[in-house]
Ligand binder design. Sequence first.
Ligand SMILES: [Zn+2]
Length: 259
Amino acid sequence: MKINFIGTGSGVISSNRFFTSFLIDSNGYKLLVEAGDGITGILLARNIDINQINGLLISHLHRDHAGGFEGLITQMKLRQRKLPMKVFVQNKIKPVLELNLLQSYIFPERLGFDFDIVGFEEDQKFSISESLFCKSKENNHLLKYEKYKSDEKFIISSSSFLFGEDGLNLFYSGDIGDIKDLLLFKDEPVTHIITETSHIKIEQLIEFLDNHYRLEGIYLTHIPEELEMSILAFHKTLNDDLRNKIVITSDGMNLELKS
Ligand SMILES: [Zn+2]
């Protein structure tokens, strides 16, 4: 499994880091994970052909994760895409994305390529491609909005994921609500984790992961500009074993994960 970090920043716009997003390449199948506001321009600037991306997975509807969705599909149409495109989102989110596309005057039958939004449940295993599967779990990231839920049209949905390929199990936490969200896949043979540094203190994060998992790699993303220096400084204080496992990601970074 190859990972290309498109963006590694937090939800606050920054000139060094785009919003957190990455491309997984699993035996040639390209899955984009997260499509924040401005994703299409960033992909083009990185020489990534948006028409060669096979699928998109979105964890939740905050603009730094989903704000570029309609624009991305629009640009695929305008750039005469022919390959089929699948979007994977939790079932609750699906009608929101469908309506947003419609209200961007994007009609599936006018796209010129097969387009499918595939819904999954809060806790479900599903196939992304022949070699890549995914498990979803609902996390607590949006719990703070529960009090606004008087209108049934108001959707609260945020997922964490486990990606599996040939003995390799990559936990992508997405944005979390609290540290307990990092236990969502504690019963799985997690080998690697991509997690965030905006909603949890780095010291607490590393100690917790070290106590609960036997990980080969820890990839830190969603890095707030104002915390970057302290995250780098903390990394230097770790023992060799931990320090070698932890990667503070940066935009454009490429990784090859092996089981
Ligand atoms: Zn968020």
